[in-house]
Structures are given as C-alpha cells and as structure tokens.
Write a protein that binds this ligand. Sequence first.
Ligand SMILES: Cc1cc2nc3c(=O)[nH]c(=O)nc-3n(C[C@H](O)[C@H](O)[C@H](O)COP(=O)(O)OP(=O)(O)OC[C@H]3O[C@@H](n4cnc5c(N)ncnc54)[C@H](O)[C@@H]3O)c2cc1C
Length: 450
Amino acid sequence: MARYDYDLFTIGAGSGGVRASRMSAAFGAKVAVAEERYLGGTCVNVGCIPKKLLVYAAHYGEDFSDAAGFGWTVSEPRFDWARLIANKNKEISRLNGVYRKILDDSGVEIFDGHAEIEDPHTVTLDGKQITAKYILVAVGGWPAVPQFLGSEHAITSNEAFYLRSLPERVIIVGGGYIGVEFAGIFHGLGSRTTQLYRGKSFLRGFDDDIRTTLATEMLKRGVDLRFETEIRKIDKAGETLDATLSDGSVIEADQILYATGRLPKTRDLGLERAAVHMSETGAVLVDEYSRSNIESIYAIGDCTDRMMLTPVAIAEGMAVANTLFNDKPMRPNYLNVPTAVFSTPNCGTVGLTESEARARNFHVDIYRSFYRPLKHTLTGRDERTMMKLVVDQATDLVLGCHMVGPDAGEIIQGLAVALNCRATKAQFDATIGIHPTAAEEFVTMRSKVA
Ligand SMILES: Cc1cc2nc3c(=O)[nH]c(=O)nc-3n(C[C@H](O)[C@H](O)[C@H](O)COP(=O)(O)OP(=O)(O)OC[C@H]3O[C@@H](n4cnc5c(N)ncnc54)[C@H](O)[C@@H]3O)c2cc1C
C-alpha cells in the first residue's frame, strides 16, 4: 500500500501550481491540486490577461484619432465599459475551463476549496485530511493597501477588473508597473486620471531613461502625474471621494485605486504548524530548488517573493517537477529575465540598467536613441520612442537593453535571447536590421552618448 495518498499535493492552481502539477503528473507522479478561488490564478483572472485586454481597449482611443492622418474619417467613437467587461469575463471563464481540462487531461485531481497544511505531509481540505510525500505551496500574492483614515473606500486591481462603470475621475496610487498600467488604461478609456507616487520617480528598479521617458510621455498625454505625494485621508461624500493629499490639497475622484504592492498569501495556511520558515512579509523562504527548511515542503511563485512574474512562477514549477519526479535536479535561471510594462506607451527591458552596471563596477558605453516613430509622421502625435544599450567596455558584451515605445515587450523578448547567448555590441552591429521597423534601431545605434 502507498504510504501517502499522493506523491504531490499542490496548494494553488495559478501559473506556477498548474505547471508544476501537470509536469509532475507527466513524469508519473500521483498529483492533486487545491484551488479556493479561480483556476489559472492571478494571471488569468485578475492579472496579466485581463490587464492586457484592457490595455488593448485603451489603445483604440488613440488609434481612432491617429487614423485621421491616414485619410480615415471615423464618426465620434463611443466606448461601452460594460460590454468590454462582459466580453473580458466571458474570455476568462473560457480560460478557467481550459485550465480545468488541462489538469483533468494530465490526470491531476482537482479539489475546489481552501487547503491548509497540518504537518509536513498532511493537508486539510473541507475537514478531510489528505497526505502527500511532497506539498507544494503555490498560493500567490494579494494586494496590500495601507491602513489610514478612509482607506476602506479605496479599491485594488482585483476590484478594478469588475467595476460596474468607468469612473469619470480616478486616482491611482503607487508607482509600480501595475499602477502605471492602470493609469494608461483609465486615461486611454477616457477617465480623468491622476497618478500619485510617494517617491521621486515611478518604476523603481527600471533604467532611469525608461522612467523619465515614460513620465514625459504620460504627462504629454494628459495624465496628472504627481511624485512625492501621498494620500493622507479619504472622505466619502455621496458617490464622490475626496482625497486629501500630503500637501493639504484635495482631489475629487469617483474611484481611488491602490497599487502599492502585493504580499504573499500565506496567512491561514498552517505553515507555522509545520514550522516552515517565512520572511517578515510572510514569504516562504526557499533554497535554489524552491525547497523550504522542511524537506517535504516546496514553494514557488509570488508567495516566495522572488520575481513576481508569471513566466518565473512557471519556470519554478517546471524546475520543482523535474527535481522531484524526473530525476533532474533543476534550478530556474534568473539571468536576464526580460519584462514589459504595458503602459502607454509600452516599456520593455532586459539585463542590467545603466546604474546597476555602474554600481557593479562595469565601465560601460551607453548607446541611446530618441526618435519619432514613423507612424506619427502622419498622425502628428508628439510621441518619442527611446531605445538604449548598456555595453561593457572591457568585453563588448551587451549588458542591458531598454525601450519605451510601441511593442517594446515584443521587441525585447528577442533581445533577451541575444543577451543569454552573450551577444556583443559588435554582433548587434553585424546583424542586418528589418526595415522599416522600430526594432532595427537596436542594431543600428553607433554613437556613444556616454
Ligand atoms: C494586475 C496584475 C497584472 C499583472 N501583470 C503581469 C504581466 O503582465 N506579466 C507577468 O508576467 N506577470 C504579471 N502579473 C503577476 C502574475 O500574475 C503573478 O506573478 C503570477 O500569477 C504568480 O503565479 P503564482 O502561481 O505564484 O500565483 P497565483 O497565480 O496568484 O495563483 C495562486 C493561486 O492559489 C490559490 N490559493 C491561495 N491560497 C489557497 C489555499 N489556501 N487553498 C487553495 N487555493 C489557494 C489562489 O486562489 C490562486 O488561484 C500581474 C499581476 C497583477 C496583480
């Protein structure tokens, strides 16, 4: 008789948990997964996918007005938020079904409900005890809103995806990528949008040229961007929210969205009972193989607070499945993880920023290009694209590529492969561009700016 009910019990069927579960099953393990809310997790339900759909919707606003320069006459466009949200919800339900089928077809048993850890090999679910040789914690994260007078009137990205109407006036608080993206979404759809950030400039950790270029482009479009500003209190007067700012001024809004960070969703999970070590913020502490201090308990994705990105959670899930059930101990490769911000315009980045490279004592050459995209020569839109390469003088290796402009994420993905192949600037230069594209600029930049 088997000693345990399952070889692997995964808690959380999000990006990481689903991949780890189905790969483990494919390697021959008997696997179950518990999901308390929605199959596909944050990414599918209240993250990457609905966000990108809303970004597409927002970009149409500019496209309609840009079309005039190309000879089109478009009658006054009207936007219907309720229709967009209904269509988005339909697509997400379809994806929930796809995830259920993927798990079913892989032979992974699904438990719909809240799971808690009882001990290093036992999970409780609906009062039932289930044992497993390994437990994988893949519970993701949850938005964190600071507590202050009136903070209960604020919403988070979770609620923003389900608003009944488009707010006429919206305040976004926070300077991370989610805040920047929602500022672009609401502004693009027609809301009067203010974004507040308490620091000197948003997108901390991104290259400074990305940060300043994006801020300039957002201001040009009319987003009311205010740095070094916070909300002190929120008063509700009827349907209107009055936000009192740190400088004493008051802004009226219909919605106030806090995008001020996410915390690991590890409360009420029983990790303490199993003596699993966690950080102060509740992140499960793991080694390079995603194993906690308890030999049978692993953790992946956002609840480990490493890199909060879907492809990273997936890579960690794949690595755990290979380590435990394919006899191939595997550590995810965190080198040159590319990332995009689906702001308006987009940002894309891979490798070291200029300041990171200098802080690591690299002597670097900087190549940078600011130009007006070809499309806007006819639309008349005053938009600039920024592209930048950070190159190590000693080895000629390209250490970082950064971009603000349309399709930046699409362009940077290919460059991430080049960086992982240790491409040099000479190899970039020797590569023939595709003309006329924005991407060709990355292989034609010749003059050092620093
Ligand atoms: C607004 C927003 C936009 C984003 N955009 C992007 C993007 O463009 N690109 C990108 O790469 N990343 C993006 N992310 C981040 C991405 O969504 C996460 O990094 C990714 O979903 C993490 O996957 P995960 O498996 O760790 O957790 P999740 O996907 O969060 O899954 C965890 C699952 O566990 C379940 N769960 C939790 N506790 C229990 C329990 N006790 N019992 C049973 N089930 C439980 C939850 O219900 C959830 O379904 C975005 C996130 C947000 C919020």
